[in-house]
Design a binder for this molecule. Sequence first.
Ligand SMILES: [Zn+2]
Ligand SMILES: [Zn+2]
Length: 412
Amino acid sequence: MAGMKGCLSELEKKMLDSISDGKVDEVKHLLNEPDVRVDCMDTHGMTPLQHAAYKGKKAVCELLLAHGANVNSHEHEYGYTALMFAALSGNTEVVKLMLDAGARTDYINSVGRNASQMAAFTGQHQCVSIINNYFSRDVLEYYTVPKGFETEPKLPSELVPSLHKLLLSGNLHPVHISLYLRDNKCLLENSEKVTKVLDLICEKNMKSKETNDIRAMKSHYMSFLVKQCHKFWQDKQENLSAWIKSLLRAREGDGTQEVMEQCVRQALKEFPYVESKLLQQIVPTLAKKKIGEQPDALMILTQALNGQQFGSDDTACDTCGETGAEKKCSACKKVVYCNQVCQKLHWFTHKKFCKQLAEQYQKEQGRLKQEQEAVLESMNTVKEAEKEIRELNVEEDKPGAGENLMPTTKEQ
Ligand SMILES: [Zn+2]
Ligand SMILES: [Zn+2]
């Protein structure tokens, strides 16, 4: 269906206009015309799908894909793909759509950048995170069919949905992952199979033509955490709470969570591919940091995998790191949680710091109040000055003087 660059029929030209305007019905109608090709190209080698992705028009993209548009067309004069255009648009839904349609993430454009790097370059960090953390379901489905002499598959197919969700998680916080595994017991019950498959995915990402050490690192990290949780899981009565508590325990003084830090560092240490550029980038940064110094191992890992900048997010849950947490500790108002479950898990260690944090909060509030009062006072001074000026102006009987803030210069 692909055509020569720039050889567009009148109706195809019309379709490109309709795409830019996001007119789904018109595009739908035009696609049924005999001389309209779904993968026709304009003079720049840009396809209708690429146009739609660039404009962030999700419904049009869906329509074109349903009509068989090639998501991996790579004929654009500067080597841009539909996924790159989607990333530039900043529309995360369109990015997901392209990935689900099988978009290759390793294609590079004429300046040597792939889609994720283009997104980072243009500041679309959410798109970077989605692309880097993407694993298609097919990656897992592959292991649900017995290979060669195998009598049973490496992965029972009923595990695919929960394992897929684990792999897609952008939140790498060990407590978040542990809570997820606690809620998805099937992964722990089959931990040997699950970790084997994760390790194979890791290997595949390092050794295949399409090397992707972000995905390799991610599957290794998840495999490591499944193994860790499984060790504690064997005592089924206690439901991982001893493990989660050990992660959360904060040391006296600076409140550093030492076990958590050790856990993430250990995961990185056990990454089997020392030739990985990503690992070579992480290790020197981390080696300079003592335990308790910022950025910690989790921040460095998150930055490496998701492309996010360091810095604390005010809405990140103090227990599990999930963003968008809104429930504050009512006593100190200095920590925030997703829900009561997270608050309860944290209390055994937070209670040692709560009073101290509450005092800090009071001090901050006091300082804030002083600052506000100072601002108000300076505003009063301005008002008084204005009043004086007004009175002066009234004395001089100037028209409209009441509106003036500054003394007017007298004309000579
Ligand atoms: Zn939480
Ligand atoms: Zn508190």
